[in-house]
Design a protein around this ligand. Sequence first.
Ligand SMILES: [Zn+2]
Length: 298
Amino acid sequence: MDRLAKAIAADGTVRVISAITTDTVTEAFRRHETSPTATAALGRTMTGAALLGASFKDADRLTIKVEGDGPLGSIIAESNSSGGIRGYVHNPLLDVPPNEAGKFDVRAIVGNGMFHVIRESGYELGLNTEPYVGSVPIVSGEIGEDLAFYLANSEQIPSAVMVGVLLQNQEPFVAAAGGVLVQMMPGANEHIITMIEDTIKHAPHVTKLIADGATTSDLIASALGIIEFEVLEESDITFKCNCSLERARAMIASFGIDEVASMLAEDKQTAMTCGFCNETYTLDEGELIAILGELQQS
Ligand SMILES: [Zn+2]
């Protein structure tokens, strides 16, 4: 089971959130059959959504939308306060060769454009509150740096963000995925900030640590070095979508009497696929007759 941990250090002036998302990214890869580079792009964004979602106490749903003009198309990743994460990319099969450093060339498939973060509160309670949307230009396209740029410029929180996905050539293909988010709160000491920056610069890559068996606390320690920290809470996270047959029925019903009647007359069934998780719901003749009956009565 994937885990997420929140910690504070330096009298609460430094906040750190770490996440291990290997199973979550594996599930996204399995459902969307993403190419290696698309898996890296989606996995980094989903991990970012988990980290960022946990950093905002007031938001119970957070969505990252990376709208680049590259061949991948948009990346959408969402996390909620129950630890559910889901996401997709528009062109999952698209792939490009590694960059000069031998790494996934995520930047090349994302391109230029906008990086949006949408925060909602009251989602779990079913309240339709106005979402808060923050947008910045895509500055890197490698996702982690874009997240840090967003936090510094849209939220005025100087931050360091490390997110990664490590793939291998055998099942389960995703060898490790996860990330660390370090936020400097008002009053953070310059000396502490410099120490942390230096520690991060020399730390092993987060996915290397996870592949070697690191815990969420080990990941936090890798960013803080000798600075002591206190873990405030730890929780499970997992790939989870809120689609259901019931929601698919409601969606079909919303098309109206004429549309449902023609589905019934032409194909005697209809299928709906959820974009977030790729699950397909098939509504057979009996279901369509029942929906039509309900629509005609109301
Ligand atoms: Zn779904």
